[in-house]
Design a protein around this ligand. Structure first.
Ligand code: SAM
Length: 490
């Protein structure tokens, strides 16, 4: 298939597919699924993902519906000695699984720990599970190899909305960096094949001046089958602007963009090129900070912008000084509706407090439940105490200190003070089912107080987003043509 897996991954995982293997919420690893060359214990041996959750031969991940949970396999790891690893293999490093990096081969520690493991153990035990997820821009952002600081989902989803990225749109992006924004932009503008004359394929025109990053980005775009939608150009946009190489023409062509996203350190230096008219030499020489003093149109200059539409831009800068300079230059260049926004995303973890099955069965004893019946008895005891505690307290605030301090006694449940987490809803009704005889049958997954923890800090690095619009300019010809089309024109 020529369509990118980011746009349509198909229903099942296939050999050669890019899978994003979800080990835990903060640990997703990109893996190309490969069919192995041989078979051990019924599994193909060629490629195995070894993690602290167990071993996962690629063959167990192939032919599965995307999103499937895959159980660890018992894999022969010792009898044939250490195998050479390839990109996509994941090896255990104790605390976390790490993808082998083909560029650096920098997994020495990981390989070592895995090697000693493979020497000693002939068969690894099947322990946990992973999920095999299809590539999407969002999951790619949390698993991609970082070459630079990246734009995260909360920012790029808002940015793409504000710059009006939509199917068929042409977006200029600089710099490409690690391609996080690029993937989201590609999906936003994807419009399928042109349906008729004048119907343009949506495209991301991405610019990067660092040569290594440019090469890596171009390779990634090809690997992800996004070449029809993303064109990466090696260019210093401060000096050389945003025109692109054209196959049909010796001259550079205009992307005719109507959306622009600048994630470069000095957006004001790139702005003079994003004009409808040739920028004055003094404006270029001053890095966008001199007054605009030339309005002459010259025939040897092409604008990278679409002529017959307003252009929407966003610049992304971590410091307020960068914002000030950007806004100043935008004003000089005729940008309007200039506005700055900061996306301050916070993750709120909503969870049920652990019930504590390892707590003593009876008060004053050290005995933990030894079987299912005892565990159920324990759950009922806990449920009973919850009811006792919450009888007169509905929608109460519960201190997370209390939750954290839970030590197996009832202290934590009895205390109620500082506000950090909130119990939502009625514990008696929501957390238990009462059968006809009045006895409570607690559902284990519903057990425990519902609390939330807010992250202390905002972890996604947010920058200041400056938005602006460059209005369409009307020529006399356009005015005349519009008048012709207008129903009441004649
Ligand atoms: N938005 C990207 C992402 O989401 O992965 C990250 C961009 S990164 C912060 C900034 C990139 O801009 C770097 O890769 C840098 O090499 C590139 N860059 C800086 N100045 C540039 C210039 N004048 N022309 C083109 N690229 C430039």
């Amino acid at each position: 298939s020529t369509i990118s897996p980011f746009l349509d991954p198909g229903p099942l995982t296939t050999p050669g597919a890019l899978a994003l293997v979800h080990l835990s919420r903060d640990n997703v690893v990109p893996v190309y699924l490969r069919e192995g060359s041989g078979t051990v214990d019924g599994y193909s041996e060629g490629a195995v993902i070894n993690t602290r959750f167990g071993s996962f031969p690629h063959s167990t991940l192939i032919g599965q519906p995307w999103g499937s949970q895959i159980r660890a396999s018992i894999v022969d790891t010792g009898s044939r000695g250490r195998k050479k690893r390839k990109l996509g293999d994941v090896v255990a490093t104790g605390a976390a699984a790490t993808a082998v990096d083909d560029a650096t081969g920098n997994d020495t520690e990981a390989v070592n720990s895995s090697t000693s493991h493979t020497r000693d153990v002939v068969k690894t035990a099947a322990t946990g599970f992973i999920h095999v997820l299809p590539p999407t821009p969002e999951i790619w952002t949390s698993s991609l190899p970082h070459r630079t600081q990246v734009v995260y989902t909360p920012d790029y989803s808002y940015i793409l909305h504000r710059i009006r990225a939509r199917p068929g749109a042409q977006i200029i992006e600089a710099g490409s960096g690690s391609g996080s924004f690029t993937h989201a932009a590609a999906r936003a503008v994807y419009s399928g094949y042109p349906k008729g004359p004048g119907d343009k394929r949506g495209k991301v025109w991405s610019f990067e001046f660092n040569h290594d990053r440019f090469l890596k980005m171009r390779e990634e775009v090809e690997d992800h089958r996004l070449s029809r939608i993303v064109q990466v150009t090696h260019r210093d946009v401060y000096h050389d602007g945003f025109l692109v190489h054209s196959d049909d023409d010796d001259d550079d062509a205009s992307p005719e963009a109507e959306c622009v996203f600048l994630d470069v350190p000095a957006p004001w230096q790139a702005l003079p090129h994003l004009s409808r008219r040739k920028p004055a030499p003094s404006l270029l020489a001053s890095g966008g900070l001199e007054p605009l003093n030339s309005k002459k149109e010259t025939s040897d200059w092409k604008s990278p912008l679409r002529a017959d539409r307003a252009v929407h831009i966003c610049t992304f800068s971590p410091c307020i000084e960068q914002v000030t300079k950007t806004v100043e230059t935008m004003r000089r260049l005729g940008w309007m509706d200039i506005e700055m926004v900061e996306v301050a995303q916070r993750r709120i973890n909503v969870l049920r407090e652990k019930v504590g099955l390892n707590m003593p069965l009876e008060r004053g004893t050290n005995q933990s439940p030894r079987n299912v019946d005892e565990a159920i008895t324990r759950l009922k005891q806990i449920d009973g105490r919850f009811k006792e505690f919450y009888r007169d307290k509905r929608d109460v605030d519960v201190s997370m200190d209390d939750v954290d301090a839970e030590d197996g006694s009832d202290k934590g449940q009895a205390a109620n003070g500082n506000v950090n987490g909130v119990v939502k809803g009625d514990v008696n009704a929501a957390d238990t089912n009462t059968n006809t005889s009045g006895a409570s049958t607690l559902k284990p997954w519903m057990a425990g107080r519902l609390v939330h923890r807010t992250e202390a800090e905002i972890k996604t690095h947010t920058s200041y987003l400056v938005f602006a619009v460059l209005p369409q300019e009307w020529s006399e010809e356009q005015e005349a043509a519009a008048f012709e089309k207008w129903p009441c024109g004649k």
